[in-house]
Design a protein around this ligand. Structure first.
Ligand code: NAD
Length: 435
């Protein structure tokens, strides 16, 4: 292929980023940070330190596509903070992923790890690509080159990636292999969320949904509600949503509505979640056409008269526009950033208890921590041990956040930020600034 033709093909290969109707995610993070920083009377220097990512890596990732053409993708890895330990955070593959989004997600990881008390800092990565249009071979080459470019960033003592949107255990296996080839030994603690046979942890796949269930039960207890008397609606029926719905149903809650990209499904007598999981697994992961429910829209699901609403799909779902119509007593944020700062104020005004993402979905990073510990010990735990330790840590984190919120008379979200920022700031004060 002549050189100039290559350049031309590359230029037309660039995918236009879809325009999102959404708040700047980094600004959303800083808005919450500001409130907590004021409560803590955070030193202005610490404020600047903790709102600035410690490193932003942007790297060109050239890939030979199946048709022989070269395409160059943008790879991003942000290390927000490493004061409490090596940075930890997922990698997402999406056509519209931006540096700002990755910066916000990396910061959320710092706070999330601090809230649950795992000894990690925050990081996050992304590659601007559309994996639905790529073959497995192209995805493997993309993943390996992205890993090779970031070889000095990743490492079990430095920065530990995990799956996020559109990445999975197979992609983690390719990262593990590429990293291991370069360091000349099998280093399975370099990623988490990998296949069990390569050093993954039992219970990791279900961990985020399980954590959602644990904190929901803790919140119901605080409000004096019995699970058996409660109704639940879950937005999103992927990894987090389906497991959260299944486990809450096992605890006796009546899950009356769930939704996915194909729409919402409602049954006032309670949905059979196991049957829906089975149906989706036979239907390419989609609930499209599920017969035992009444179809509703995603918008209707969010405003149903239920006790618990669990947004477990994506960011910016509860906004200033629909928050006044939300009737749930508890919102448990399985997804990252499903509620905008403007919606927070409305929900607070209406007495809705919001269990924030940095607490509610921290079950995933908690079991990722367990996976890292097991890899480094070379000794693997039973599922029962993983689940018991997860439940204990999530329950303790909920209680700590609840107490912080009560102490300062703020929402659970601000309570969680206060707790997390205080921990990281205390560690920073002890470590000092290296000069
Ligand atoms: P997933 O891809 O497995 O599932 C996402 C689900 O949401 C799918 O069922 C999809 O159809 C549905 N969905 C997408 N857009 C929707 C919309 N507009 N309305 C209704 N449903 C919609 O993803 P996941 O791993 O379950 O992650 C979901 C959220 O949880 C993300 O915000 C992710 O960042 C967050 N999260 C995931 C983990 C984890 O361990 N998987 C950990 C922490 C946070």
């Amino acid at each position: 292929m002549p050189f100039n033709r290559n350049v031309y093909e590359r230029a037309i290969y660039k995918e236009p980023a879809p325009i999102r109707d959404r708040e700047n995610p980094f600004e959303s993070m800083v808005k919450r940070f500001d409130v907590a920083a004021q409560i803590l009377e955070l030193d202005p220097g610490f404020y600047e330190y903790l709102t600035t990512p410690s490193r932003v890596h942007i790297t060109a990732v050239p890939v030979i596509m199946d048709d022989g053409r070269i395409k160059v993708f943008e790879g991003i890895r942000v290390i927000h903070n490493e004061v409490l330990g090596p940075s930890k955070g997922g990698i997402r593959y999406a056509p519209d992923v931006t540096v700002d989004e990755v910066k916000a997600l990396a910061a959320w990881m710092t706070w999330k790890c601090a809230v649950v008390g795992v000894p990690f800092g925050g990081g996050k990565g992304g590659v601007v690509c559309d994996p639905s249009k790529m073959s497995p071979g192209e995805l493997e080459r993309l993943t390996r080159r992205y890993t090779a470019n970031l070889l000095d960033v990743f490492g079990p003592d430095r920065d530990i990636p995990a799956p996020d949107m559109n990445t999975n255990a197979q992609i983690m296996a390719w990262i593990l292999d590429t990293y291991s080839m370069h360091v000349r030994r099998t280093e399975n603690a370099v990623v988490t969320g990998k296949p069990i046979i390569l050093g993954g942890s039992l219970g990791r796949r279900e961990a985020t949904g399980r954590g959602v269930m644990t904190v929901t039960l803790a919140a119901l207890e605080r409000l004096g509600l019995r699970p058996a008397d409660c109704t639940v609606a879950v937005q999103g029926f992927g990894n987090v949503g389906s497991i959260a719905a299944q486990l809450l149903a096992e605890q006796g809650c009546k899950v009356v509505a769930v939704s996915d990209l194909s729409g919402g499904y409602y049954n006032e007598n309670g949905l059979d979640i196991n049957a829906m999981i089975e149906y989706a697994s036979r239907n390419k992961g989609s609930l499209q056409g599920y017969p035992e429910a009444q179809p509703i829209s995603n918008e209707e699901l969010l405003t149903l008269e239920v006790d618990v609403l669990a947004p477990c799909a994506k960011e910016d779902q509860i906004t200033r526009h629909n928050a006044p119509q939300v009737k749930a007593k508890i919102i448990v944020e399985g997804a990252n950033g499903p509620t905008t700062p403007a919606a927070d104020d409305i929900l607070k005004e209406n007495g809705c208890l919001v269990i924030p993402d940095i607490l509610a979905n921290a079950g995933g990073v908690t079991v990722s921590y367990f996976e890292w510990v097991q890899d480094r010990q070379g000794y693997f735990w039973t599922l029962d041990r993983v689940n018991r330790r997860l439940d204990r840590m999530m329950r303790a984190a909920f209680d700590n956040v609840y107490q912080a919120a009560e102490k300062y008379g703020v929402t659970l979200r601000i309570g969680a930020y206060v707790l997390a920022i205080d921990k990281v700031a205390t560690a920073l004060r002890l470590r000092g600034i290296y000069a």
